[in-house]
Structures are given as C-alpha cells and as structure tokens.
Design a binder for this molecule. Structure first.
Ligand SMILES: Cc1cc2nc3c(=O)[nH]c(=O)nc-3n(C[C@H](O)[C@H](O)[C@H](O)COP(=O)(O)OP(=O)(O)OC[C@H]3O[C@@H](n4cnc5c(N)ncnc54)[C@H](O)[C@@H]3O)c2cc1C
Length: 414
C-alpha cells in the first residue's frame, strides 16, 4: 500500500497534534507554518485535563514531572477578602510554550517547515489530490490537507467555508507575574489556588503555572474579562504609534493610558491582590473575545481542526484540549481509509466533531453571560444569574468537558 501524504497548515497546537498522530499512523506528514521564527508562548497558562494528557501520550510526547504546577483548591473572594465560595479541586496548570515543546520534540524536525505561508488551496476530491500554494511560489500536493491555521484561518477564507466569527462584547486582559514578586499576603492567596472574583460585566481569575524552564519557578497567570463595546475596542486596539491593530495588538504597542486605567480599575473594583499582580506583571496582553463556528469541518480533502473550526471562549479552557480531540478524531476516521475514500472519511469526521465544537461554544457563552449576554444564547438571563453565583463559577470554569476527547485505546499507550 502506498504511503499516504498529509500536509498540515499551521504548526501550533492543533497542527502538531494532528501531525504527530498521523505520523504515528504511518502517514508521510509535513507541517507548514507561516511564522518566520519558532513559535513562542504569548506567556499565558493552559489548564490541563485528563483528555489532554491522553492525547499527548497518543502523540508519543514524553510528558515529565515538569509539566506544570498542581493545585488543590478553588476560591472566590470579595473585595474585602471574604471567602465567597471554595471547593477542593485538583488540577495541573501548565503553559502554552511547555506543551508546544513536548509536541515539537515528538515530531521529526526535518518535516516541520517555518516561513511557509499558504496563499491558495485546491481542495481536491475523490479522484484529484489537494494542492497547496505558498507565498514563495512553491506548491505541494497531498492526499490530505489539515487546516490548523487558527481563528483567522486563511484556508477557511480561500475555500469559502460557511462560518461565523462574532465579537463577544468583551475583552480579556492577560498578564503573567513571577510569584516571588508579590507580597506575602498575595503569594498566600495566589500561590497554590485557582482564584476568582467577579462583578457585573467583570470576571477576573488567576492560577499558578510553571515557569518557562522549570516547574520549580512559579508564575501567576491572570485573566480579566471586561465588558467593552466596539468603539472602546477600536481604541484599545490602536497603538501608541497611532496604528490600528485589528488582528491583535502587540503588548508593547498598547497605549500606557489603557494599562494605567486597568490598574486603577482593579484598585477600585477588587481585592488589592489583583491590582498588585497587574502592577508587578512583566507585560500585559489584550485579547478580544470571539465566538467562532464553522458549518462543515471538511471540504474535499481538507479537514479543519482546532481554532480554524471552532473557538469557544476561554472560560471553558478547551482551546488546546479541543484541538487535541479534533486531531484524535481525524486520525481515527482516517485509519485504514483508501486514498480515494479520504473525502468520505472526512465527512464522517466532520459530522462527529461539529457537535463537539457547537457544545463547547454554547457552554462558553453560558459561562460568559455575567460579563455580556450573547444574543445567540438561549436563556441568557438564567445563565447570567447562574454564573453570577460564585459556587457555580468556580465549579465549572475550565473543567473537563465530556466528549471533547474521545479515548481510543488502540492509538494511545502503544
Ligand atoms: C504563539 C501562540 C501562543 C498562544 N498562547 C496561548 C496561551 O498562552 N493561552 C491560551 O489559552 N491559548 C494560547 N494560544 C491559542 C491556543 O494555542 C489555541 O486556542 C489552541 O491551542 C488551538 O490552536 P490552533 O493550533 O488551532 O490555532 P493557533 O494556535 O492559532 O495556531 C494557528 C497557526 O497557524 C499558523 N498560520 C495561520 N495562517 C497560516 C497560513 N496562511 N499558512 C501557514 N500557517 C498559518 C499561525 O501562524 C499559527 O501558528 C496561543 C496561540 C499561539 C499561536
């Protein structure tokens, strides 16, 4: 049987999960990443789940005891420090860069190509292979193309796949601070706890994560969701150089008045540990929150996975785990498939995973309701009320969602 050839577009999480799994299933896999330099974490944390660890293992990634920081409790506090809700909860919290390292080490480096921006695709069909063209003029044909090119997916746009990206009406301010820079009182609150506070239109949380080189260095990852109308968003995305960065503003370009404003607002709205963290953080990142949904996760020989297919708001903490689950499902549907049958297998993959993506997006909208109620959310008032209760918020944030990763003993732990 000829070796089947797969091209993966995007060398981040979804791309590397798919590339590793297909490689281990015997495909000849090449990853093409647009970035000119090695991808590096934008500094924030990732919540792990059993399903994510399972997927890493299925990829052959050698996860060691440096994966992250283990915490045992969750706590919601009021401005004056009163405990509003508390629960025992064991979870390992890691960082984006650490996960990327595990996945990259598992994949043959000679098949991972940087500085390869895809500009055109012919999706192929039962008879014809798919063809991908790059900005440098080169092209490559393959039996399968995996579009893992993120929220703003070029592949989705070129192939005119029906999809919707909707601004959720709020942003996340994200910041990471070395635990040792905080006062003793804040270290006690933030050092080993998933900590929350919220008010109408505002939700703030923090948890410890491993430092870039070792889990012995503890950093605290903070995420603050703030209701922000489109006009204000435009201003936030306009840098101090006057440029409007519609696709995301580099942290060093954010106007200092906006940073001063959130630090002052934290003083005014929340317990002092939050403002202290924001003042001690090395840099502060702005992320507009979007819901993104696709109507089909395939076109011809092209499969859409990860953020190129669905983006659920970060309240559910599923970005990386969902990408892993998409890749596991894709690999399972393609096992034993003849080359001409690949488009058919992709349709059954799409049918199975659309339900998962929709469920994650809907659940994330429910969790975001106390910040802004989405017009697409059924029973918005109910969910606003439900997740304004601190015990519901701390219990449901970033926990494992059933079905996001389907475990398949045949592919893991071989
Ligand atoms: C550098 C980086 C840091 C991140 N840090 C965090 C974090 O700290 N916390 C968190 O929760 N989430 C983070 N995310 C998002 C998170 O990784 C995703 O939500 C999730 O893992 C799904 O990833 P994805 O691979 O589908 O999409 P993405 O991670 O967005 O990756 C898409 C990849 O495709 C590449 N690409 C796009 N267009 C093209 C093209 N035309 N040709 C070739 N390549 C293309 C992009 O350069 C990118 O590497 C980060 C993403 C990136 C890229």
């Amino acid at each position: 049987m000829p070796i089947k050839k797969a091209v993966v577009i995007g060398g981040s999480m979804a791309g590397l999960f798919a590339a590793n799994l297909l490689n281990r299933s015997g495909w000849d896999v090449h990853v093409f990443e647009r970035s000119k330099s090695e991808l590096s974490g934008r500094g924030a944390g990732i919540v792990t789940h059993d399903g994510l660890l399972y997927a890493l293992s299925a990829c052959g990634a050698q996860v060691d005891d440096q994966l992250g920081v283990e915490i045992h409790k969750r706590l919601a506090i009021a401005k004056e420090g009163d405990r509003l809700a508390q629960c025992d909860f064991q979870q390992v919290l890691t960082s984006w860069s650490r996960l990327l390292d595990y996945l990259k080490v598992a994949f043959p480096s000679e098949n991972y190509h940087l500085d390869q921006e895809v500009v055109s695709i012919n999706p192929g069909d039962q008879k014809a292979l798919a063809t991908v063209q790059f900005a440098n003029g080169s092209s490559v044909s393959a039996d399968l193309v995996v579009a893992a090119d993120g929220l703003k997916s070029t592949c989705r746009r070129i192939l005119e796949v029906d999809s919707h990206q909707v601004y959720a009406g709020y942003v996340a301010w994200r910041a990471v601070c070395d635990l040792s820079r905080l006062s003793q009182a804040s270290q006690t609150l933030m050092g080993d706890t998933f900590l929350f506070s919220q008010r109408p239109g505002e939700q703030i949380l923090a948890y410890p994560i491993a430092g870039p080189d070792s889990a012995d260095q503890v950093l605290v990852n903070l995420v603050w969701y703030r209701k922000t109308n489109e006009e204000k968003l435009k201003d936030l995305l306009t840098g101090h150089d006057g440029t409007h960065y519609a696709d995301g503003i580099p942290p060093q370009k954010i106007q200092s008045s906006h940073i001063n404003d959130i630090q002052a607002s934290a003083d005014e709205l929340f317990h002092p540990c939050w403002a202290e963290h924001l003042r001690q953080a090395e840099s502060i990142i702005l992320q507009p929150i979007f819901d993104s949904e696709i109507q089909s996760m395939c076109a011809g020989r092209v499969a859409f996975i990860g953020d190129s297919a669905f983006v659920a708001r970060p309240h559910v903490g599923q970005g990386v785990t969902k990408a892993a689950g998409d890749a596991l499902c894709l690999d399972r549907h393609l096992r034993g498939t003849a080359i001409e049958e690949i488009p058919t297998s992709l349709r059954s993959f799409s049918e199975e995973r659309l339900a998962v993506g929709r469920m994650a997006v809907e659940h994330a909208r429910q969790m975001g309701a106390p910040v802004v109620i989405s017009p697409f959310l059924k029973d918005g008032g109910h969910w606003e009320n439900y997740y304004s209760q601190p015990e519901n918020l701390i219990r449901d944030t970033a926990v494992e969602l059933e079905g996001v990763v389907t475990k398949d003993e045949a592919s893991a732990f071989e």
